[in-house]
Design a protein around this ligand. Structure first.
Ligand code: FAD
Length: 463
C-alpha cells in the first residue's frame, strides 16, 4: 500500500487545484491527481486562458487596423503573424500552468501524475498504485458535447480545443452554437480575417443572459460582420477536399439547405466528464445529464466522496468551480464553507464585453418579483467617449419595495471588470441607493454603474 492522505482531489482544474491548495493551507495532507501533462485543467490549458490570450491579440490586431486611425495614429502595412500569435498564447498558458505547479510545491500538495480511479470509498488508484485517503474530491470537469452527424477531427471540424490551435485563418468559419465559447472564438477568427457564420437552434444568442442585452449584443456582433442563422439546426456534415458541407434545417422543420465552410467549430455546450473514474462500481449517483449528484455541501451519496466544479450541476464557470473548491476544503475541516449561487458573474469576453450577475428581467417576471430597472448608456459616459467605445449600457434591476439590487447586466467596454462592483454590492445586500451614493472616481467607466443605480429612481444626472 502506498502513501495515505487526508484528501485526494481528482482533477487539477480551477475547482480541483484550488480545493487542494485551500485544504493544504488548512493543515490537511493533500494529493491531487491529474492525467494531463500540465496542471490547471480545461481552464488554463484549453479554455479561459488561451482563449483570452487570442482574444487580446486579435483585438489588438483589429484596433491597429480599424481603430487607431481615428486616434490619429497612422500605420501602414499592418500584417498578421499568426504563428507568433499562437506561440505567445502558448507562452501565456505555460506561465499559468507552471504557476500552479509552483503553488502545489509551496503548499506541499502532492501531484499524483496519471489517471485516477476510485476503487472503493477511501481508495484511489493512480498509475498502478493504490492510495488511501479519508476524503475523495471528484473535480474531473467537462468536455465538449458531441452532435450527431457532425464528427470532430480537430482539423476541419473542431471543438474549442482545435479552434484555439488553427494554423491558418479559415476563409469561412461556421460556428455551431451561439453560446459564450462560440461567440468568443468566432470573434477571434473574424478579427483575424475569417468570414464567420453562427448557426443557433434558438431564436436568440447566449441563452440565460438578459434578453434585451442579448438582442443588442447580437446587433453589435452583426455590425462587426458576424452572420447569424438563428432558429436553425445542423443535421449533418460532409467533409470534402475543399472543406465541409453542413446540412442545415429550420429548427421548426422544413427544407434543408447546404452551408459550406472551410472550418466548422462545434460549440453547442459542454458535458460533465467522468470517464474511467469507476463511479458505477462504487455506486456514486449521477443525474440524467451525467453530472455527479451532490447535496448542498458537495457530498455525493457515498460517504467520504465529494464533487465540485463542472462535473456537478450549475454554471460551468472557472470561478464557480474555484469557489466550490474553497468552500468544500473549509467544510472538510469543520468550517462554514459556502457559495452564494445567486451572485456568480457570467461574462462573454468579446469586445464590447457582455457581463451579467444576479437575475435577468425574464427571471424576475417569471417569479412575479416586482422590480425597478435603471439603465445608463455608455454614450453618455465621458471615459467611454474618450476611449471611443460608446456602444452598450449598464442596467441595474432592484426590488421595487426594498431597492435591494437583484441583478445587473452590462454590455460595453470592460463590462467583465465593471460587473465586480455590483457583485460585491449584491453580496453585501446593497440597495441601488447604496451604489448610487458611493463616490465613483471621474472619469471612469464605473460612473456608468453609478448612473444606472441613480436611474433606478429616475435620477440619472448625465442623461
Ligand atoms: P476542468 O478545468 O475541466 O479540469 C478537470 C481536470 O480533470 C482536467 O485537467 C482533466 O484532465 C482532469 N481529469 C479528468 N478525469 C481525470 C481522471 N480520472 N484522473 C486524473 N485527472 C482527470 N470559464 C470561465 O469562468 N471564464 C472563461 O473565460 C472561460 N472560458 C472558457 C473558454 C473555453 C474555450 C472553454 C472550453 C471553457 C471556458 N470556461 C471559462 C469554462 C472553464 O474552463 C470551466 O468552467 C472550468 O475549467 C471548470 O473547472 P473544473 O475544475 O471543474 O474542471
Amino acid at each position: 500500500m502506498s502513501e495515505s492522505f487526508d484528501v485526494i482531489v481528482i482533477g487539477a482544474g480551477p475547482g480541483g487545484y484550488v480545493c487542494a491548495i485551500r485544504a493544504a493551507q488548512l493543515g490537511l495532507k493533500v494529493a491531487c491527481v491529474e492525467k494531463r501533462e500540465t496542471l490547471g485543467g480545461t481552464c488554463l490549458n484549453v479554455g479561459c486562458i488561451p482563449s483570452k490570450a487570442l482574444l487580446q491579440s486579435s483585438e489588438a490586431f483589429e484596433e491597429t487596423k480599424h481603430k487607431f486611425a481615428d486616434h490619429g495614429i497612422l500605420l501602414d502595412g499592418v500584417k498578421l503573424d499568426l504563428a507568433r500569435m499562437q506561440a505567445r498564447k502558448g507562452e501565456v498558458v505555460t506561465a499559468n500552468t507552471k504557476g500552479v505547479e509552483f503553488l502545489f510545491k509551496k503548499n506541499k500538495v502532492t501531484w499524483l501524475k496519471g489517471e485516477g480511479k476510485i476503487t472503493a470509498p477511501g481508495k484511489v488508484e493512480v498509475a498502478g498504485q493504490t492510495y488511501e485517503t479519508k476524503n475523495i474530491v471528484i473535480a474531473t470537469g467537462s468536455d465538449s458535447a458531441p452532435l450527431r452527424g457532425v464528427e470532430v477531427d480537430e482539423k476541419q471540424i473542431v471543438t474549442s480545443t482545435g479552434a484555439l490551435e488553427l494554423e491558418k485563418v479559415p476563409g469561412h468559419l461556421v460556428v455551431i452554437g451561439g453560446g459564450v465559447i462560440g461567440l468568443e472564438l468566432g470573434s477571434v477568427w473574424r478579427r483575424l480575417g475569417a468570414e464567420v457564420t453562427v448557426i443557433e437552434y434558438l431564436d436568440r444568442l447566449v441563452p440565460g443572459i438578459d434578453g434585451e442585452s442579448a438582442k443588442q449584443f447580437e446587433r453589435m456582433l452583426t455590425k462587426q460582420g458576424i452572420k447569424f442563422k438563428l432558429k436553425s439546426k445542423v443535421t449533418g456534415a460532409t467533409k470534402t477536399a475543399e472543406g465541409v458541407t453542413l446540412t442545415v434545417e429550420p429548427a421548426a422543420g422544413g427544407a434543408a439547405e447546404d452551408v459550406k465552410a472551410d472550418v466548422v467549430l462545434l460549440a453547442i455546450g459542454r458535458r460533465a466528464y467522468t470517464d474511467g473514474l469507476g463511479l458505477d462500481a462504487v455506486g456514486v449517483e449521477r443525474d440524467d445529464r451525467g453530472r455527479v449528484k451532490t447535496d448542498g455541501h458537495f457530498a455525493t451519496n457515498v460517504p467520504g466522496i465529494y464533487a465540485i466544479g463542472d462535473v456537478i450541476a450549475g454554471a460551468m464557470l472557472a470561478h464557480k468551480a474555484e469557489d466550490e473548491g474553497v468552500a468544500l476544503a473549509e467544510l472538510l475541516v469543520g468550517q462554514a464553507g459556502h457559495v452564494n449561487y445567486g451572485v456568480i458573474p457570467a461574462i462573454v469576453y468579446t469586445w464590447p464585453e457582455l457581463a451579467s450577475v444576479g437575475e435577468t428581467e425574464e427571471e424576475l417576471k417569471a417569479r412575479g418579483q416586482e422590480y425597478k430597472a435603471g439603465k445608463f448608456p455608455f454614450m453618455a459616459n465621458g471615459r467611454a467617449r474618450a476611449m471611443g467605445d460608446v456602444d452598450g449600457f449598464v442596467k441595474i434591476l432592484a426590488d421595487k419595495a426594498t431597492d435591494r439590487v437583484l441583478g445587473c447586466h452590462i454590455l460595453g467596454p470592460d463590462a467583465g471588470t465593471l460587473i465586480a462592483e455590483v457583485a460585491i454590492a449584491m453580496e453585501f445586500g446593497a440597495s441601488a441607493e447604496d451604489v448610487a451614493r458611493t463616490c465613483h472616481a471621474h472619469p471612469t467607466l464605473n460612473e456608468a454603474v453609478k448612473e444606472a443605480a441613480l436611474a433606478v429612481d429616475g435620477r440619472a444626472l448625465h442623461i
